[in-house]
Write a protein that binds this ligand. Structure first.
Ligand SMILES: Cc1cc2nc3c(=O)[nH]c(=O)nc-3n(C[C@H](O)[C@H](O)[C@H](O)COP(=O)(O)O)c2cc1C
Ligand SMILES: [Fe+2]
Ligand SMILES: [Fe+2]
Length: 405
């Protein structure tokens, strides 16, 4: 059975939610599934904005036919050539053989790489700033390379101030009937999932995100239609999410507080991390986060790195070097261009190794990181003689936060 929602009288959501998928991109844990958005515009000409993942093809194709209500499809606009939005291009072309595929040079290159499809006569090639008139609506295209793939583009309809933003402004979220962020408990259901989505999917591309914000900066955006998660139409939420994107794209921390990530095989390094957290709390630090890296998904840990001004990495030595999960997490954070953070270390050795040195080397970049306090070094378990060191580190962390505007 088709299942569509009207966004505006002539813009119809034809997407779907996959509630069986546990890992988006086979990598990122999902709580209750993932939505794949696609929209039909009914004007003098008809247009379909992107397609959806193969997991929801059946209902999707019914939705498109239902929304078109017997009309032919004139354009399929390809904002992003990743398979979660492209898996149904061939099916659409088969059903609507005269449809023109609208994309840029890279769009069509990727289309031919992914699929055995020979439809060059259907290509409608566009460049940055080109427009396409559908009738009363005219779409203006904005190429947004590497937000997060090279072929990504947005389109903007000035008739109603509607922005089709590809993966930008998406969230790891199902759609449960309600289509708009203002129909949901945004703070509890969407805000964190939009951040986790941003950091993991777009986080590495902060400079390109800022460029994208600049490109849309002068436009009166009244509605943002992303390819995942709910649609933004309230001024308050549009302001909120664009401000957040500005902050995240700049790698500015959201909070003056501390994220502590510890690894521990037998609990002693965890004990040291707990003790440090208590000392910080006693000194007035609010909203501290403490994660055991073995029991927390990396997508959550990196997401929190975009929140906190200060991060403490606490790791045992393991086979002479850094515990490999800690190594992986730090490398991933640096690969994602994390910067502007205050970093502290705690290490644990029973006989010795280079765990601390390895961590220090990763953050040896004063342009991006400020090292705070002396590293605390534990021998197997926390003893009375470690307390002054932990106290000093807590004091240094609190002092470092006072310098943040
Ligand atoms: C497989 C394995 C390898 C280890 N390798 C080292 C090492 O190379 N150097 C070292 O000082 N301690 C090593 N340790 C000991 C850890 O550092 C030890 O777990 C720690 O001192 C106690 O902290 P924890 O309770 O947080 O695990 C190793 C432990 C395990 C289980
Ligand atoms: Fe994508
Ligand atoms: Fe996507």
């Amino acid at each position: 059975m088709h299942n569509t929602r009207t966004i505006k009288e002539d813009i119809i959501w034809v997407g779907a939610t996959d509630r069986t998928v546990r890992l988006f991109e086979n990598l990122f844990p999902l709580d209750h599934g993932m939505s794949y958005n696609s929209y039909v515009i009914l004007d003098e000409k008809t247009a379909l904005m992107d397609t959806v993942d193969s997991s929801v093809s059946e209902v999707y194709l019914e939705n498109v036919a239902h929304a078109l209500n017997g009309r032919n499809l004139d354009y399929l606009i390809l904002h992003h050539m990743e398979p979660d939005h492209c898996a149904n291009i061939q099916a659409i072309v088969r059903r609507y053989p005269e449809v023109m595929l609208v994309g840029n040079k890279t769009t069509f290159k990727f289309l031919e790489q992914f699929y055995d499809i020979q439809v060059q006569e259907n290509y409608h090639l566009i460049k940055d700033k080109d427009t396409l008139t559908l009738g009363k609506r005219t779409l203006q295209f904005m190429l947004q390379p590497n937000v997060h793939w090279p072929e990504v583009m947005f389109s903007y309809d000035s008739e109603d101030g509607v922005l089709f933003s590809a993966d930008a402004f998406g969230s790891f979220s199902p759609l449960d009937g309600n289509m708009f962020t203002d129909e949901l408990d945004f703070e509890h259901r969407i805000a964190d999932q939009s951040r986790r989505y941003y950091v993991n999917i777009l986080g590495k591309f902060g400079a390109n995100v800022l460029r994208a914000l600049k490109k849309i900066g002068d436009l009166p955006v009244k509605m943002i239609l992303p390819l995942h998660g709910p649609v933004y139409r309230s001024e308050e939420h549009i302001q909120y999410i664009t401000n957040r994107y500005q902050q995240w794209g700049n790698y500015e921390a959201e909070e003056k507080s501390v994220l502590i990530l510890f690894g521990s095989m037998y609990g002693n390094t965890g004990n040291a991390a707990d003790k440090l957290a208590s000392l910080l709390a006693e000194k007035g630090v609010k909203n501290i986060r403490l994660y055991d890296i073995s029991n927390t998904d990396i997508s959550q840990m990196v997401s929190d790195m975009w929140v906190y001004s200060n991060i403490v990495f606490a790791s045992p030595n393991y086979n002479g070097d850094l515990m490999y999960k800690m190594d992986f997490i730090i490398r991933e954070a640096i690969r994602m261009n994390l910067q502007k953070r205050k970093i502290s270390f705690l290490s644990n050795a029973t006989w010795g190794g280079t765990a601390l040195k390895t961590m220090q080397a990763y953050f040896d970049n004063p342009k991006n990181f400020e090292i705070v306090g002396e590293p605390v070094q534990i021998s197997s378990s926390v003893k009375e003689n470690n307390l002054p060191q932990l106290e000093e580190l807590a004091t240094a962390i609190v002092a470092s936060m006072e310098t943040i505007e």
